[in-house]
Design a binder for this molecule. Structure first.
Ligand SMILES: Nc1ncnc2c1ncn2[C@@H]1O[C@H](COP(=O)(O)OP(=O)(O)OP(=O)(O)O)[C@@H](O)[C@H]1O
Length: 496
């Protein structure tokens, strides 16, 4: 039976924080229902209630008009609901088959029938068009493949309602396409799908209807998403007009400051050459695996340099030493910010200020505290970081707000000459993206070289003065802003 999902006045509070305030909307069978909203708007909390992880403080959830109360994830699964969370839930040491059928293995004469289990999984994988070895261990699979395993598991548990929380945030271009195909297939078989994303293009191509959240409240449900202008969606999400989110301003470029010559690490067949002028914003585009992050880590000294040189204002930057790169004025804000940068037990303010502290050493303790508080408040306000105050422990913030805090740490650095941002807006809402693009421009206007690595093509085209495209660990083309169309960049990124 196809399922029809209703949220009726659902509320949830955490100490001092209202995450959801009386949210009501319906999601219909055979549709993809998008959830949109700024970071911290309450989207993930709603999915955690749907998946039985949290109990609501008030309101009801109804499946096929029957009220449901879940005390655990197992209760939700029994009611035909599966939630694919941002942090995937699997056992890395077990195989695809074992993960999918965990606790539900077919038995024969009282013994587990492994061959039958394998056949069942293989059949279901092929039905949903996923090519995976049922005997592969999850630890050997890519994130995209692990996600496919979770989807297959949901289907095999007979889930009729499947919810996705930012499923493409760690997927490549081609992997995302596979996921979209799967979601469309599930829609065509009558499943009810809930889909959270900050990528508007993706939501438009996938969703039939959508609900917009702001500050824990439902703002509106649009029954036909395709008919809603982009400006309206953005306005409803951020509560203000935002006509040009990139806000690109041309600026006079300076002399060449950063020169990279024949830079080669252990995975690069040749070496990379490029240069960046003062005040220039260079966008690096490429498919995941093209070698962009590796090149940046090499430039920053985090990976071993086998050949080549990096010159900043004509002075060689020592190899293999991030402290030496920082000393020279090169900063890298890494892609996996949360893993590398988060101090989970520390406050928002401490997380923002930790890197700047070395410049503030000579300032007296009280002055430093004031300066740090002011700096934290500036970024909380500017990036619209949703937190009760600057002293809140970062671990209590929503995923996107944690990203904003860590990004603020890098943007707060005032002494840099080269700022490298790897996927700076991943998981970040559209209002804060706009602020991040403004800060990037301001940093460039001060004469700094800015390098932005991004998998979001509209972002690269929107903010960069020049686009460098990478393919197979090499720079496959360089396009000026005027020549950098979507087709031109994709041709360079994809060509055989
Ligand atoms: N366990 C918790 N303790 C305290 N506050 C929490 C907890 N979980 C969520 N919150 C708060 O509830 C609010 C809603 O968070 P939620 O994760 O639902 O937002 P979201 O819309 O999914 O954001 P994002 O787009 O960043 O993922 C935020 O202010 C968040 O800080």
């Amino acid at each position: 039976m196809t399922a029809y999902l209703q949220f009726d006045q659902v509320s949830k509070h955490f100490s001092g924080v209202r995450a959801l305030a009386g949210v009501s909307f319906d999601a219909h069978a055979g549709t993809v229902h998008g959830l949109l909203g700024e970071n911290g708007a309450g989207k993930s909390t709603l999915l955690k209630i749907l998946g039985g992880q949290y109990r609501p403080d008030g309101g009801r959830l109804l499946v096929n008009s029957v009220p449901c109360q879940f005390n655990s994830a197992a209760d939700a699964i029994r009611a035909g609901i599966a939630v694919i969370h941002q942090e995937l839930q699997y056992v890395p040491e077990l195989t695809v088959t074992e993960n999918i059928l965990m606790g539900r293995f077919p038995a024969r004469f009282g013994l587990i029938d492994r061959n039958k289990a394998r056949r069942m999984v293989l059949q279901r994988l092929s039905e949903i068009g996923v090519d995976l070895d049922p005997d592969a261990r999850l630890s050997h699979l890519s994130i995209a493949q692990r996600q496919m395993v979770e989807i297959c598991k949901a289907v095999m548990q007979n889930a009729q309602i499947i919810a996705f929380d930012e499923p493409t945030s760690s997927l490549s271009y081609t992997e995302s396409e596979i996921l979209f195909r799967l979601v469309r297939e599930l829609r065509s078989t009558g499943h009810t799908l809930i889909y959270i994303s900050h990528r508007l293009e993706e939501l438009y191509s996938l969703c039939d209807a959508c609900t917009i959240f702001r500050d824990g409240r439902k703002i509106v449900t649009h029954p036909v998403m395709a008919q809603v202008p982009r400006e309206t969606l953005i306005h409803d999400m951020v509560g203000r007009e935002l006509s040009d989110i990139y806000g690109y301003r041309p600026r006079p470029l300076g002399a060449q400051r950063l020169q990279v010559r024949g830079l080669r690490g252990k995975n690069d067949p040749t070496g990379c050459n490029f240069s960046v002028r003062g005040a220039e914003i260079v966008g690096f585009f490429g498919l995941v695996g093209a070698g962009r992050s590796e090149l940046m880590r090499l430039l920053y000294g985090a990976d071993r340099r086998l050949a080549g040189s990096v010159l900043l204002d004509g002075v060689p930057v020592p190899a293999n030493s991030p402290p030496a790169a920082i000393e020279a004025g090169i900063l890298l804000c890494p892609e996996d910010r949360k893993e590398q940068g988060i101090l989970a037990q520390a406050s928002v303010a401490e997380n923002i200020n930790i890197s700047c502290r070395r410049h503030d050493l000579r300032v007296g303790f009280f002055l430093r505290r004031n300066k740090e508080a002011a700096r934290a408040d500036f970024f909380i306000d500017r990036l619209r970081i949703k937190t009760p105050n600057r002293d809140q422990e970062i671990r209590f913030l929503s995923g996107g707000n944690q990203q904003k805090v860590i990004l603020a740490r890098w943007l707060a650095e005032s002494t840099m000459k080269v700022l490298i941002l790897d996927e700076p807006t991943r998981g970040i809402d559209v209002g804060a993206k706009n602020e991040i693009y403004r800060i990037i421009q301001e940093v460039a206007e001060q004469g700094c070289c800015v390098i932005v690595v991004s998998s979001e093509l509209p972002e690269v085209l929107g903010i960069a003065d020049r686009v460098l495209v990478m393919r197979n660990k090499e720079i496959s083309g360089v396009l000026d802003r005027s020549e950098a169309t979507e087709t031109a960049v994709l041709n360079l990124a994809l060509a055989a």
